[in-house]
Design a protein around this ligand. Structure first.
Ligand code: AMP
Ligand code: MG
Length: 427
């Protein structure tokens, strides 16, 4: 069992509803609905070949022009027969009149007492309605004897069984998966219209940040947020514009905002959103655009800014690396999905027992980092990744899920059921 050690409570353990909650601070759901209600999808779309359509978002419904499968065909290597030949017969012998391969249909029609050897995917000949697996017949010359009592229609894949012509097969707003690419190909569709990729600019703020490759002096750290953001945005499928690290300087921050707003649909910054002496992000946003909110009742991620500079949406994430990643997944991602025309995606969570003690104070919704795993009995359980400090980026790296602890709850004792959001499909 792993114990979370980052925030040992010095005071007595808090109970549910023992709240420090400040009602002027926004809840996550309120912030989220402000974001998704403000943002509309970009109108422009482009035509792309399906080989380049993976992870793109459809800007129109896909309607099937054909039936899939297009004709009745065999699901097995075997013998196509006429089911009525079997009725009332004790032992059935049939005469093989043809061999039908996939791609080479048989022109003739089976008459009573006849059958055709048929391969998987080959068209069922006229007259036949059932296929018997080749392992269930005895062959003697061109005569077969059935060693089974099939049901009518066995092993026949019906025309249109998967898709009928005119059916809406994929909807506008759907993000295209590898299976969708194959599905489109099976309909003969080689190109689709997708929303254009959104362009996301981002920069870090902080005098202490140094680029990779430089030697750190006292008081300096490497800029990790910009790389996390680059990776998260690339996985999301945005066109990225990396604007580097900006010093804690009013003029430099203002200039960077102007450049980003002129060149991107979204600007994401990290750091400088608190009320520290060197925090110019919120001030610049107030001057150049508008601030929608900036304090959230969630941990990590309390100082967070959402707003707009002309036509460019703005997310000012906290500087702490875990806070930046958590707020990206919980708040920015739904906004980016809406902007890129993607249908809203339901957050999948599961309730499982937690094997660690989790430290928490009531008053803020918390996203702790967890490892979802099977215990020796094969049951799903979750444990903490350990130190939950918002500077401990290795906690995100070790984790495969968020443990979502509601606003009101306090310390979690081992064995308590907690809500878990797997990273699968998210990270
Ligand atoms: P701030 O929000 O600017 O007050 O930063 C909060 C904490 O996050 C400080 O410890 C910063 O040094 C750290 N931090 C800010 N930006 C980055 C970054 N790009 N990469 C790594 N750490 C950062
Ligand atoms: Mg800073």
């Amino acid at each position: 069992m792993t114990n979370s050690t980052s925030e040992p409570s010095t005071s007595k353990p808090k109970t549910c509803m023992d709240s420090e909650y400040d009602s002027s601070i926004l809840k996550l759901e309120q912030a989220l609905s402000r974001i998704v209600n403000s943002i509309q999808s970009l109108p422009s779309s482009e035509q792309v070949p399906i080989q380049r359509a993976l992870d793109r978002v459809l800007s129109h419904d896909i309607i099937s022009p054909i039936a899939v499968p297009p004709y009745d065909n065999s699901a097995m290597d075997g013998y196509a027969i006429i089911y009525s030949d079997l009725i009332a017969a004790k032992e059935v012998q049939l005469q093989t009149v043809a061999t039908i391969l996939a791609g080479t249909p048989y022109d003739g029609e089976l008459s009573p007492g006849q059958c055709a050897r048929i391969m998987t995917g080959a068209k069922i000949p006229r007259g036949a309605d059932t296929v018997v697996m080749q392992e269930l017949v005895t062959v003697s010359g061109d005569t077969i004897t059935l060693n089974t009592n099939p049901k009518q229609g066995d092993n026949v894949r019906r025309a249109g069984e998967d898709i009928s012509p005119g059916e809406v097969i994929l909807k506008q707003g759907h993000k295209i998966s590898p299976a969708d690419v194959g599905l489109l190909a099976s309909l003969g569709i080689g190109e689709v219209k997708v929303f254009r990729k959104i362009r996301v600019a981002f920069f870090s703020t902080g005098d202490e940040l140094k680029p990779l490759g430089s030697v750190l002096q006292d008081g300096q750290i490497y800029d990790s947020n910009r790389y996390t953001l680059h990776a998260m945005l690339s996985r999301f499928g945005a066109d990225v514009l990396d604007m580097g690290a900006i010093p804690d300087d009013r003029h430099a921050t203002q200039t960077a905002f102007i450049t980003a707003a002129a060149n991107a649909d979204v600007l994401i910054t990290t750091g400088g959103v608190s009320v520290g002496e060197a925090d110019f992000v919120k001030e610049t946003l107030e001057q150049q655009g508008n601030v929608s909110f900036w304090k959230l009742a969630m941990k990590p991620g309390k100082p967070l800014t959402f707003g707009q500079i002309n036509n460019c949406w703005f997310f000012g994430l906290p500087g702490n690396p875990v806070s930046a990643a958590v707020t990206f997944y919980q708040l920015v991602l739904p906004g980016l999905q809406k902007l890129s025309g993607q249908e809203s995606i339901e957050t999948i969570t599961v309730k499982v027992p937690c094997t660690s003690k989790l430290y928490k104070r009531s008053g803020r919704l918390e996203f702790q980092r967890g490892i979802l795993e099977k215990n020796p009995q094969g049951e799903l359980v979750v444990k903490s990744t350990g130190n939950q400090g918002s500077h401990v980026l290795s906690s995100m790296s070790k984790a495969n899920c968020f443990i979502i602890l509601p606003l009101e709850c306090g310390i979690i004792e081992p064995g308590t059921e907690v809500e878990v959001q797997p990273f699968f499909g998210l990270v």
